[in-house]
Write a protein that binds this ligand. Structure first.
Ligand SMILES: Nc1ncnc2c1ncn2[C@@H]1O[C@H](COP(=O)(O)OP(=O)(O)OP(=O)(O)O)[C@@H](O)[C@H]1O
Ligand SMILES: [Mg+2]
Length: 253
């Protein structure tokens, strides 16, 4: 695959699952540094499969994938772990560990880095405090996941994905099942991550309004094929609108 400056590049990518399901066909795609890139398409279009190629969880059946300059499937386990540390992942219905506090959940990716020592643990505490402030939940650091609302849990999931300051943030349906106001908060966080840290963000969603609000460009997938890439017209409005104001605007006459 020819070298590319883009943090994410796919060339001629096809994926066939064992058993024969064709999930992606002939996908060419470059995602630019620091952009918020949407991926949309109906259920089964291949969106999650695309993400699993980027984490190295799956290898393409044809073609090549480059993530931060490396082919994830060509890396040895140590190098793959190093690459994955530079990629944050947020899934729908984040999986937080129920028996650990918010602070401990968010610190997890830093512990998996395996560094020890007092200086490191102080630095870790600072990183966790910073990112909890960033998502607006520093007051809940000692709460357990069950004591949080779904929206707060999603913010903690984002905090955990961002705590190690990844170069790339992958989000699979980060706002489904959240109400409109909470969705706005989560989307604002994605945008701020990009603005403050320069994170390249990929957002898989069914929701066109999400794309409208946050994405710079969007890829349209249909039955495993990339049909189109659009530049998204900036959303002119309603960003800071309250939940009730939005309900009035959208539902009222
Ligand atoms: N582990 C798997 N084994 C076999 N087939 C799979 C597997 N995972 C996904 N598929 C198939 O690959 C195709 C693409 O699936 P994928 O999960 O990427 O779709 P998606 O766009 O994420 O859909 P959704 O919006 O429902 O999450 C589907 O036909 C699906 O049934
Ligand atoms: Mg999916």
């Amino acid at each position: 695959m020819p070298p590319s400056d883009a943090p994410i590049a796919l060339r001629g990518v096809g994926v066939t699952y064992p058993g024969g399901t064709r999930a992606l066909t002939d996908v060419d795609l470059e995602i630019r540094s620091g952009e918020i890139f949407g991926v949309i398409g109906e259920s089964g279009a291949g969106k999650s499969t695309l993400l699993s190629l980027l984490t190295g969880e799956m290898a393409p059946s044809e073609g090549g994938v480059a993530v931060l300059g490396a082919d994830p499937t060509a890396l040895d386990p140590v190098a793959l772990r190093a690459l994955r540390r530079r990629i944050g992942v947020v899934f729908q219905g984040v999986h937080l560990l129920a028996n650990r506090t918010v602070r401990q959940n968010v610190a997890l990716p830093l512990q998996l880095r395996g560094r020890r020592g007092r200086a490191d643990s102080a630095a870790r505490r600072d990183l966790v405090a910073d990112v909890l402030r960033f998502v607006g939940l520093d007051g809940r650091a000692d709460a357990y996941p069950a004591q949080l609302s779904g929206g707060q849990r999603q913010r903690i999931g984002i905090a955990r994905a961002l705590v190690a300051r990844p170069d790339i943030l992958l989000c699979d349906e980060p706002t489904s099942s959240l109400d409109a106001g909470t969705t706005d908060g989560v989307l604002a966080l994605l945008r701020e991550a990009r603005d403050q840290f320069g994170t390249t963000v990929v957002v898989v969603t069914h929701d066109l309004a999400v794309v409208r609000r946050v994405c710079d460009r969007v890829a349209l997938f249909e039955a495993g094929r990339l049909r189109d890439i659009l530049s998204v017209r900036p959303d002119t409005g309603h960003g800071t609108e309250s939940y009730l104001d939005r309900a009035r605007r959208e539902l009222g006459t």
